[in-house]
Design a protein around this ligand. Structure first.
Ligand code: BG6
Length: 470
């Protein structure tokens, strides 16, 4: 048994609580052109438009987990992880998305899984974190049913290769984000702004999800569970005026329930279908889709929570010639007095995590869930480094504590919460923001050969995990 600190524990979590962190392949692996990996949309977009990335830093090196996974897993163990989420890079495993499996990728992921297990850390594996193989994007990405089928095959191959050791599986991370980034707001490739195509992409993502769940059931992995990871942004209206409440309801339908309901309940909300129909945006479907979604609900829900969404009724009619965006239905609302993260410009509202968990308990059958991401991004964090090299991130410790108090309260009220994963283990490359905002429990020094140094929050996390509370 690990040693326990003598401090009294006010917030103790249920036995076996999962303490760990989340990452994604493109953000940590690096080695983008090594080990037989094929190109994904990030490699391609960076080649085309490097100026779109913060400080011009692209995905080729990132934190170099591909070469340093042993050192990193040792650090995870040192800071108390009993579980860790990473994603498999589809374009590393199957370079062109559909063809031969790359043996070097199989060796790499096997080595990571084995190293985690040998260190007493349970691997949680996600199949898709924003990283479409370029060959698949070139035939339409999530707009194409062919890509849905290629993804299903890729998922089955993963279950067969790694399912003997990996028991927690996830089909997608934050599936709304590639819709927003790639098809509405221009912060992911293919940089399209088109509501109709966005709806189709969102729909096919969930068809792919349901097909992967069906493949998982066929694979019959003993003790295996499958889920999805959703960034749930509770939608708060400015006031109880019906127009504000309606605005918040629509934002909730579009950004949360368009994934949450089919994944957990096996059906789309009727009012979402009516809303899309009314505006002529229903997606193209195929016979059998409804049954597919109905029959393939999840076992386990991952919840990412960073900030709430505050909205109000629209005050001005939109220009009819402007692109149709979700903001046709609401305006954003900067609530006076709200607490902001001074280092990243996002609101901090800790109670939001409790509201999500209680909503899942009351309206989604109290499905087994965990906090799969929560974290505090800080721009310019190097300024908090002392002479010894340690970053004093007391603000992050406070951020985690304040959120955990609300998680604890939700559990006391009966929410079925099994763990807490922070975003993230070490500072990593974050898409177009590159290394702008740092989130790690471990610092990665870009000026010093990517040297890893545990932050103050990393040591605090260790005591949190060892005490199963704080
Ligand atoms: C999460 C994503 O929503 O936000 C991560 O799952 C991402 O992939 C993280 O890195 C932080 O984003 P940012 O823009 O603050 O670096």
């Amino acid at each position: 048994m690990e040693q326990r600190s003598k401090q009294p524990i006010t917030y103790r979590f249920p036995a076996g609580f999962w303490w760990g962190s989340a990452t994604s392949a493109t953000q940590i692996e690096g080695a983008a052109n090594e080990g037989g990996k094929g190109k994904n949309i990030w490699d391609h977009w960076y080649e085309k438009e490097p100026h779109r990335f913060f400080n011009g830093v692209g995905p080729s090196t990132t934190s170099d987990f591909y070469h340093r996974y042993k050192e990193d897993i040792a650090l995870m163990k040192e800071i108390g992880h009993n579980s860790f989420r990473f994603s498999i890079s589809w374009s590393r495993l199957i370079p062109d998305g559909v063809g031969e499996v790359n043996p070097e990728a199989v060796r790499f992921y096997n080595a990571v899984i084995d190293e985690l297990l040998a260190s007493g850390i349970e691997p949680f594996v996600n199949l898709y974190h924003f990283d479409m193989p370029l060959a698949m994007q070139n035939i339409g990405g999530w707009e194409s049913r062919e890509v849905v089928d290629a993804y299903t095959r890729y998922a089955s191959i993963c279950f067969d290769l790694f399912g003997d050791r990996v028991k927690k599986w996830f089909t997608h991370n934050e599936p709304i984000v590639p819709v927003e980034g790639g098809y509405l707001y221009d912060f992911h490739y293919p940089n399209i702004v088109d509501f109709r195509r966005a709806v189709q992409v969102a729909y096919h993502t969930m068809i792919a999800h349901a097909k992967a769940v069906a493949a998982f059931r066929r694979a019959a992995i003993p003790d295996g569970k499958i889920g999805i990871i959703l960034n749930l942004t509770p939608s708060y209206p400015r006031s109880q005026h019906p127009a504000d409440v309606k605005a918040a309801h629509i934002a909730d339908l579009l950004f949360n329930r368009s994934f949450l309901d089919p994944a957990v309940k096996g059906e789309y909300p009727q009012d979402l279908i009516e809303l899309l129909d009314e505006h002529g945006f229903l997606p193209v479907t195929e016979a059998g889709d409804r049954e597919l979604i109905k029959e393939n609900t999840i076992d386990l829900l991952g919840i990412n929570y960073y900030q709430p969404r505050r909205v109000k009724a629209k005050e001005n009619m939109p220009n009819p010639d402007a692109p149709f965006l979700p903001e046709r239905f609401f305006d954003y609302y900067a609530m006076p007095g709200r607490k902001m993260n001074p280092y990243r410009g996002w609101e901090i509202y800790e109670k939001g995590i409790y509201d999500i968990l209680i909503n899942i308990k009351e309206k989604y059958g109290n499905i087994e869930c965990f906090i799969s991401e929560n974290g505090m991004g800080v721009e310019g964090e190097e300024r908090f480094r002392d002479e010894s090299g340690m970053i004093h991130d007391d603000y992050r410790i406070e951020f985690i504590q304040e959120h955990l108090k609300w998680v604890h309260r939700a559990i006391e009220e009966g929410a079925n919460v099994k763990g807490y994963h922070i975003w993230t283990f070490m500072d990593n490359w974050s898409w177009t923001n590159a290394y702008k905002n740092r989130y790690g429990l471990v610092a990665v020094d870009l000026e010093n050969g990517l040297k890893r140094t545990i932050k103050k929050s990393g040591y605090w996390f260790k005591s949190l995990a060892e005490n199963n509370g704080f």
